[in-house]
Structure formats: C-alpha cells, structure tokens
Design a protein around this ligand. Structure first.
Ligand SMILES: Cc1ncc(COP(=O)(O)O)c(C=O)c1O
Length: 432
C-alpha cells in the first residue's frame, strides 16, 4: 500500500475536515486509528455483543471465539508460539506492573533499569523498593542514548534478578539491542522485561526465538484503540506471577472458603474484558501486517531524514539522541534555543496544523539532570509523508525567524507573534 492509500483509510486525515488537513506528528503518544479498526470495534456492539465464556448463547460463543482468535493473532505477530503467552490488560503500564508486583521479590534482590525509562517503568520499581526492600540499579546510557555492553556487564555482575528496559526510547527513538541484552542477562541468570511501547509499532519481533521473558505493549500506539495493552511472556513465565486482581473470570471454582485459579493467561484477566478494544487491536495488527513493518519503518526513516537534513544547520535546534535518523526512525526530538517548547508546539498547531508533543515525556529525571524544561518531539508513522515533514520544517524555521536569539521567551513570545491564518500554509502535495 502506498502512503496515499494508507492515508485514505484514516478518517482523522480526511483533507476535507474542518480545520484540516491535519499534520499529525504525535504517533509516539498515540497513533491514529484506521477504518478497519473502527469497524471491527463497532461490529462487536452491533453483531455479537456478548460476554465471552459466561452465557451459552451464540453471541457469547462468537465473542469468545473472536477474543481467543485475537490472542492467537497477538502471539503470532510478536513471535510467540503459544497464545497462552498473551495476557490482555489495560495498557503497557499495567503489563509492567503485573511483572513487577506479581514477582515474589525477596528483600535485597535487584532490578536493573536505565536512566531514561518512562515513568511506567520507573515508579513501580521505586514503590517496590520502598515496600519490599528491593534495590533499583540504574544503567547509564551515553548522552546520545547509546548502549554500552560493558556497563551492562558491570551492573549484571552485582547479581540482578530482572533487567527491565525500554526497547525503543520515547525520548529520542533509539532502539536498544534486545537480543544482546537478553543473552547477556540470561548468561548471568537474570530475566528480562522489555517495555515495547515504542518499538512494537514498527519493529518485527520474534520474542520466543530471542528468549525474551516478558514484553509489554500498548495497542493505542500501533493503530489500535485506547485501553488495550498486552503482556507477551515466554512459555511458563506467567506461571510464576501472582495476579494483580482477583475475582470473576480468574477462577475455575470457588467455595465459600476457597477458590481454584484458572491457568494463565486467564487468571490475569479479571472481570469483564474490553472485547471491542481487543477485537479492534486484532484488526490493527492485521492492518500493520498488510502494510508491512519493514515498509513502515522505511517510511518513518525517509520523513525523518528529510526533517533531520533540513534542520541540521539550524544552530538553535539542538537534537536529542543520535544524529543519524536511521538510528531513531520514528522520532525527531529537539530543544530550541531561546524558545519554550510548549510555545513552539502551540505555534506549530495554530499556525500550521502541525501536531507534535512538547514537555518532559514522562521521563522527568532526564530533563532535570540536564537543566532542561523539556523537548519538542515529532514522531512519524505509516501515514506520514514528505509534505508532513516539510510542514514541520517550515513551521520551525518560521518560528525561529519570528523569535530571534535572545528575545524574551519561555512563556508566550512565540504565540504573541501574529500567526498566519490556518489556511495560509497549504500542504502542497499532501497525501502523495
Ligand atoms: C516508552 C513508553 N513506555 C510506557 C508508556 C506507557 O504506556 P501506557 O500509558 O499505554 O501504559 C509509554 C507511553 O507513552 C511509552 O512511550
């Protein structure tokens, strides 16, 4: 599918929409949703609105069958042999919490995280440190996010029980070497958990072949709906975890004084499930497969290369992460000398319909350590084209001209510059 065909599948990118067309460069926060996903979700409520596994009537049977088919799809997509490896949860945060809180930690045991994890892979460890006495060791990455095998070996030598790292960074788009980290961790007797939120949308994964113990993803970053996350665990790994929640759906049998839990993954899916969301997430994986992950990453790389090349010589644009966009295909992140990043994001939206993310991206410690208020992050996905990249470049160049170096900024200098009307920046070639 070419980018024009892809864009036509996304109602949010309809060029005829009021206030449009939108230049959506915030997919690392949340991707847009294509029609087949919306239809799959709606079909649940219109065609088989039942509760899986509760009633014996046809609606219940049908939704149960489709829910388990979605589990199969997730397993195959991520390279797990058994669908029993897939737990449906609310999001990646819950998946990480299930591994963290569900492990039988003993006082003094160690977990290793990096110095730039999303709060979802930080706070739960801090709580476990307070409450169960585990040690949280920090693996420092280099300034541009590069991984150092020796530092990992030094950390592992302290006797780590679990290595819990992002796979692709939400700060700068750099991907850590999952295979190498898994192998080194296993050699030292540690298990691995990867936060795959930013990697799963564009990387082909073979989790069983690589021996990854646990992998967490969120559907809303890979064309699916909000409120669906999955934990994809190695065969047998789920047996060792204690569920976060207990109740209906988690048990085979109960008496007034006891219960027998269902086997994994069902014991982790308490209460009525998000059937519509899970079926939508299934359709999202089908869609990604149809376009092809390799094709998607190539598109990200090409738009990112255009942006990175065009802004390379702008002295006031300070890039985060590796200089080569091929090493961070999904993200272009920067700070702007003399311009508040929220002001910049507002300007881009108001003047150019370009939507990016600004701020500290749930990694506060990274910015505090460097005395930065935040960064501006543009993220690219399968529906972005060169015109989108060019709109970002033009908007930033215009902003830099409007706010000269040393001009008052930090609150609203950029916004107080008169913004051109919304239709003043037509997207030549949009959709091509
Ligand atoms: C790297 C990373 N980890 C974790 C999360 C949290 O995901 P969720 O809010 O879906 O649990 C995000 C979301 O932005 C992320 O980018």
């Amino acid at each position: 599918m070419n980018v024009r065909e892809v864009r036509a599948d996304f109602p949010a990118l309809d060029p005829g929409r009021v206030g449009g067309p939108w230049v959506y460069l915030d997919s690392a926060c949340m991707s847009l949703v294509p029609r087949p996903v919306l239809e799959a979700m709606q079909r649940y409520y219109t065609d088989f609105p039942g509760c899986a596994g509760r009633s014996v009537h046809r609606l219940s049977e049908e939704v149960g069958r489709r829910y388990e088919a979605a589990r199969e799809r997730f397993a195959r997509f991520f390279g797990r042999r058994e669908s029993g490896s897939v737990v449906f949860l609310r999001n990646a945060t819950e998946a990480i919490n299930l591994v963290a809180q569900g492990t039988d930690w003993k006082r003094g045991e160690r977990v290793l995280i990096s110095d730039r994890e999303h709060n979802s892979n930080l706070v739960v460890w801090q709580k476990l440190s307070e409450e169960r006495g585990i040690h949280v060791d920090i693996l420092s990455l280099s300034e541009d996010g590069a991984f150092d095998s020796e530092r990992l070996e030094e950390a592992l030598a302290r006797g780590v029980r679990l290595v819990s790292l992002f796979h692709t960074s939400n700060l700068d788009g750099r991907t850590l070497p999952l295979a190498e980290i898994t192998e080194r961790a296993h050699d030292r007797g540690a298990k691995v958990l990867f936060d795959g939120c930013q990697a799963a949308p564009h990387l082909r994964l073979e989790l069983d072949r690589l021996g990854v113990d646990h992998y967490a993803v969120s559907a809303h970053k890979l064309l699916g709906p909000n409120g669906v996350g999955t934990l994809l665990s190695a065969p047998g790994a789920l047996e060792e975890l204690r569920p976060l929640l207990f109740g209906g759906e988690t048990v085979e049998h109960t008496t007034l004084t006891g219960h027998r839990l269902r086997p994994p993954p069902h014991r982790f899916e308490a209460g009525l499930q998000n059937y519509s969301g899970v079926l939508g997430a299934h359709a999202a994986l089908d869609y990604l497969e149809r376009v092809g992950l390799e094709e998607i990453e190539e598109r990200q790389r090409s738009v990112n290369a255009l942006v990175s090349r065009a802004l390379r010589d702008e002295r006031r644009v300070r890039l985060l992460g590796p200089s080569d966009p091929a090493e961070r295909p999904s993200i272009f992140a920067c700070t702007l000398e003399g311009i508040d990043v929220h002001d910049a994001a507002l300007f881009l939206d108001e003047a150019r319909q370009v939507m990016v993310r600004s701020g500290r991206h749930c990694v506060h410690s990274f910015y505090e350590a460097r005395g930065l208020a935040g960064s501006l992050r543009a993220s690219f996905y399968l529906y972005n084209d060169d015109a989108d990249g060019q709109a970002l470049v033009d908007g930033l160049v215009e902003l830099l001209e409007r706010v000269p170096p040393g001009a008052a900024s930090g609150t609203s200098a950029a916004r107080s510059a008169p913004a051109p009307p919304r239709d003043a920046a037509p997207r030549s070639g949009a959709g091509s």
